[in-house]
Design a protein around this ligand. Sequence first.
Ligand SMILES: [Zn+2]
Length: 127
Amino acid sequence: MKIENSTNRNTDDLRRLVLAGMRELKFSKRKISEMVVVFKKGKDGIIKGRATLGQNNVEVFLPETFNQLKLAFLIEHEFVHIIGLNHEEMEGTFYRRWKFADSEKEARKFLKKMKWALPYLNIRKAN
Ligand SMILES: [Zn+2]
């Protein structure tokens, strides 16, 4: 796996989160070794991502400050595209949870789903 990082965040912290997401989605060792994840500075204050179905490249645009759980969700979302799913094929309201669930029940479901990311949500600022 290759990480490129031109953001204000620590590359090793980003790498740990990315690897955890790949493991969660059961990427093969070969797939992991082929992946290229590029972190760039976000221009408009929101986290965004881009991936092409079935390819190995993911781009993530990170603003100066952001919600780290949202970053984990975005990474997972882009990796689901890498596996080959488009939005219509994503399970249930998975795609819409990007906007975060409004009911408490949905929020709990969301957190349960994101459990894999919780140990990795300390993405420090780069020195
Ligand atoms: Zn998408």
